[in-house]
Design a protein around this ligand. Structure first.
Ligand code: FEO
Length: 388
């Protein structure tokens, strides 16, 4: 395991988690990486670490450059254990290392580790000189935890923003321009939709804070390092942070006996007749974290479920709970579904969409038993009202 020099004297020493398929409920079909960076200067600095079970991989990479006992600073940009999970092990080897973190980072790390450690707490505007370079700190609270911060090295034009701008991709490649761009963009969007979406206001603040910085490389804590598509990813984050949507729809549903499914395809026709792309996401075949990637830029979110036991199907309920927590804004919702006798699922979907502050231009659309042609035409006319 070798380190990779990303700039003169700065090395990627992270770990590649090829097998990761579930990151606390986020489906990571491509695996992920935990990126740590080693800076060789008068003071040897390690920026972030890796998940505890990948410590030996990181250590081997560090050893390919220097003796790890020589590390002077461990910068903990974020407490979450995919990045701080190996701090104790590093501190055990580098006995004099000081852990640099935000005020909330100190609280979080003490709660996680319950050990005496040497901390240096920093705030926005603070700086540490490590020799030929300065580490400038910017607190990025709630992007995406209260402790989150970014480290900027002006001499290198390098931003180390931890989770922000990440993607869950395990790969041999380390840079954005070495990987298929379409896939990088999709994974960056999925990551934003599932991790960062609730924090648009804070993302805007963070973007403002870094807008004056001279940056030619952004090295996040997951996935590929940005060196060629910096303008693109900053532009996407601005768009997503402001919930700027495209004129497109996503229809999310589950079905029991295909009646709700018939409604799905009738609804799709309406959007297409109005010149809008419409993605169909069956919750039996799509993971909710992938569905959120579709939701990210869609103006119209249509959700359907038949009624089971006086409510929604559990898959639909789980999706709505998840989506509501991620809090997409400025959306138009359509609730629909088939039923046999009760029909409560449609009202339940509407209730959650209302709580999520979706605009609901048409009342929940329901069809009893199996939709016939006339009912499907009526359904389409109602959906047209929502689209126009
Ligand atoms: Fe990648 Fe919030 O941890």
């Amino acid at each position: 395991m070798k380190a990779l020099e990303i700039k003169k004297g700065i090395y990627w020493v992270g770990a590649v988690d090829w097998d990761l398929r579930n990151f606390h409920g986020y489906s990571t079909q491509l695996g992920s990486t935990y990126n740590a960076y080693l800076i060789i200067d008068k003071k040897i600095t390690l920026v972030d670490t890796v998940k505890h079970y990948m410590f030996s991989e990181m250590l081997e990479r560090i050893k390919s450059v220097i003796d790890p006992s020589k590390i002077d600073y461990i910068i903990s940009n974020h407490t979450e254990m995919d990045h701080s999970g190996s701090i104790l092990e590093v501190a055990d080897i580098a006995k004099n290392a000081i852990i640099v973190c935000s005020p909330n980072g100190e609280k979080g790390l003490k709660k996680h580790f319950k050990k005496d450690m040497k901390f240096k707490v920093v705030n926005t505007g603070d700086s540490i000189n490590i020799g030929t370079r300065n580490l400038n700190f910017v607190l990025t609270q709630m992007v995406h935890w209260p402790d989150s911060m970014a480290t900027y090295i002006p001499e290198e034009k390098l931003l180390l923003p931890n989770d922000a701008f990440g993607q869950h991709i395990a790969s041999c490649e380390r840079f954005d321009d070495e990987y298929e761009w379409g896939r990088v963009r999709i994974e960056a969007a999925k990551y934003y939709a599932n991790i960062v979406l609730p924090f648009g206001a804070q993302v805007n603040k963070a973007l403002e804070a870094v807008s004056g910085l001279d940056i030619n490389m952004i090295a996040p804590s997951h996935g590929l390092v940005w060196r060629s598509h910096i303008k693109d990813i900053l532009g996407f984050y601005k768009k997503w942070a402001n919930n700027v949507c495209e004129k497109k729809a996503v229809v999310v549903y589950d079905t029991m006996w295909h009646s709700t499914e018939k409604m799905v395809y009738a609804i799709k026709d309406v959007f297409e007749e109005n010149g809008m792309p419409c993605e169909i996401r069956n919750l039996q075949t799509n993971h909710i974290s992938d569905v959120m990637a579709s939701v990210l830029e869609a103006k119209y979110i249509c959700v359907g479920s038949p009624t089971l036991n006086n409510g929604m199907l559990p898959t639909v309920s789980a999706f709505l709970t998840y989506m509501k927590g991620l809090a997409p804004k400025n959306r138009i919702g359509v609730a629909f579904g088939s039923y046999g006798w009760g029909g409560q699922s449609i009202g339940d979907i509407e209730n959650i969409m209302e709580q999520a502050k979706f605009e609901l231009p048409v009342k929940g659309l329901k069809i009893q038993w199996v939709p016939d042609d006339k009912e499907l035409v009526e359904l389409k006319n109602k959906v047209k009202e929502a689209v126009s």
